[in-house]
Design a binder for this molecule. Structure first.
Ligand code: NAD
Length: 381
C-alpha cells in the first residue's frame, strides 16, 4: 500500500505528518511512501530530504489523494480534501469527531475510513501513539519560551557587578501534560516555579521537578478534584472559591502565569479573573493554553496577544505546536508511525483496522461506510 502525506491546507499550519525518518520506518513495514511537494518545507524538511529517503514527491494534492491508499495529515481534513478522497481509502489525522459530526457522516458516506489521532485512548500501551500528549508537551514548553520572549527580565536570579537580579516567579495552573512540560522548562530556566492542580496526586511529581505545589486550606475537597482516568472532574463551588482566593493572594507576587486547566468535553474553567490580572505587576505575562476552549483567563482573546492598560501581556495563541514545527512534526510523525506498526502486524505493507484491538478501535471513527464513533467504553477487567 502507498502512504501519502498531504500538505496541510489550513492557513499558517506548518506541521507535516511524515518526516524522512518516519518514512524509513514505514518502508520497513512494507509500505511505499509519497508526499505532496513542499509539504515539509515549513517544518524544514525539503523535497530533496524526502527523495533521499525514497519517498516519492508528487506535484499536487489531487495526485497525492488519487494515488495513496492511506493519507496521513495533521489537521482534520477540510471539505476540499473530502472531495479528493475515494472509496476504500483511509485517512489518519486529528479529526475531533464529536465536533465534526457532519464531516464524519460524509466520510462514512464515501466509504472512507477515518482514524482520529485525537481519539487514541490515554492508556499506557497507547502512549507511543498519543499525539495529543506529544503536542501538549510542546505547547507547555513553548508557552514558557513565549512568556520569556514577552517578559522584560531574566527567569533566573543573578548577582552581577551591576547589581542583584531577583528570579522570576512563575505559576503554572494545571499540571497535566502541558503543565508539567511548562514546569520543566520554567525550573530549568531558573525561575521560582509554583504549580497548582485539582489532582493532589501530581504534587509529588511537581515537587520532584523542583517546583512548589500550591496547597489550599481545603484538603478534603482537593482530594475530590481527582476523578477517574487521570482526568479532573468539576470542582464544587466551595472548592472553587478557595482556589480563587489562593490565586488572588498569589497574583501580585507572580511574574508569569501559565494556565493549562482543562476538563475533557467542557469549556475551560475561568480561574484567572479580571481583578487578578489588575493586581499583577506591570510587565507580567499570562499565557493561556486553554484559549481554544474559551480560556482560563477572563481577558484571553483566542489567537491574539493583548496588553492590558496596567501593562500585563495576555497570550491566547492556539498554535504553539505549529510554532515549533520541526519538533512537533518529528513527534507527530513518530506517533503515526507507531499507529501504522500496530495496524500492520505482519509487516506486509497492508493495513488491518482490527476492531478487536482497543487502541485501534478507539481511534477508528468510520469504517467500511459506518460511523464507529463513539467507541464502546473499554471493558474493565
Ligand atoms: P491534561 O488533561 O493532561 O491536563 C489538564 C490539567 O488541568 C489536569 O491535570 C487537570 O487536573 C487540571 N485541571 C482541571 N481543572 C482544573 C482546575 N479547575 N484547576 C487546576 N487544574 C485543573 O491536558 P493537557 O494535554 O496538558 O492540555 C492542557 C491544555 O493545553 C488543554 O486546554 C489543551 O487544549 C491545551 N493545548 C493548547 C495548545 C496551544 O497551542 N495553545 C496545544 C496543545 C494543547
Amino acid at each position: 500500500m502507498i502512504i501519502g502525506a498531504a500538505k496541510e491546507v489550513l492557513d499558517g499550519e506548518r506541521r507535516v505528518a511524515l518526516t524522512p525518518d518516519s518514512a524509513r520506518q514505514l518502508q520497513k513495514l512494507g509500505y511505499e511512501c509519497a508526499i505532496e511537494s513542499g509539504a515539509g518545507e515549513a517544518a524544514n524538511f525539503s523535497d530533496k530530504d524526502y527523495t533521499e529517503a525514497d519517498v516519492k514527491v508528487v506535484a499536487d494534492a489531487k495526485t497525492l489523494w488519487e494515488t495513496s491508499d492511506i493519507v496521513i495529515k495533521v489537521r482534520p481534513p477540510e471539505t476540499s480534501e473530502l472531495e479528493l478522497t475515494h472509496e476504500g481509502q483511509t485517512v489518519i489525522s486529528f479529526f475531533w469527531p464529536a465536533q465534526n459530526g457532519e464531516l464524519l457522516q460524509k466520510f462514512a458516506d464515501k466509504k472512507v475510513n477515518v482514524l482520529a489521532m485525537d481519539m487514541v485512548p490515554r492508556i499506557s500501551r497507547a502512549q507511543k501513539m498519543d499525539a495529543l500528549s506529544s503536542m501538549a508537551n510542546i505547547a507547555g514548553y513553548r508557552a514558557v519560551i513565549e512568556a520569556g520572549n514577552n517578559f522584560g527580565r531574566f527567569f533566573t536570579g543573578q548577582i552581577t557587578a551591576a547589581g542583584k537580579v531577583p528570579p522570576a516567579k512563575v505559576l503554572v495552573i494545571g499540571a497535566g501534560v502541558a503543565g508539567l512540560a511548562a514546569i520543566g522548562a520554567s525550573t530549568s530556566l531558573g525561575a521560582i516555579t509554583l504549580a497548582f492542580d485539582v489532582r493532589p496526586e501530581v504534587a509529588e511529581q511537581v515537587e520532584s521537578m523542583g517546583a512548589e505545589f500550591v496547597y489550599l486550606d481545603f484538603e478534603e475537597e482537593q482530594q475530590d478534584g481527582a476523578a477517574t482516568g487521570g482526568y479532573a472532574s468539576v470542582s464544587s463551588p466551595e472548592f472553587r472559591e478557595a482556589q480563587l482566593a489562593k490565586f488572588r493572594e498569589l497574583a501580585p507576587e507572580v511574574d508569569i502565569v501559565i494556565t493549562t486547566a482543562l476538563i475533557p468535553g467542557r469549556d475551560a474553567p475561568e480561574l484567572w479573573t479580571e481583578d487578578m490580572v489588575q493586581s499583577m505587576k506591570p510587565g507580567s505575562v499570562i499565557v493561556d493554553l486553554a484559549a481554544e476552549k474559551g480560556g482560563n483567563c477572563k481577558l484571553t482573546k483566542m489567537d491574539e496577544k493583548i496588553v492590558t492598560e496596567n501593562g500585563i501581556t495576555v497570550i491566547g495563541y492556539t498554535d504553539f505546536p505549529s510554532r515549533m514545527a520541526t519538533q512537533s512534526s518529528t513527534l507527530y510523525a513518530t506517533n503515526i508511525r507507531h499507529m501504522m506498526t500496530d495496524l500492520t502486524p505482519e509487516k506486509d505493507g497492508q493495513a488491518n483496522i482490527n476492531m478487536e484491538d482497543d487502541v485501534i478501535r478507539g481511534a477508528t471513527a468510520t469504517k467500511d461506510g459506518e460511523i464507529t464513533f463513539p467507541p464502546p467504553k473499554p471493558k474493565i477487567a
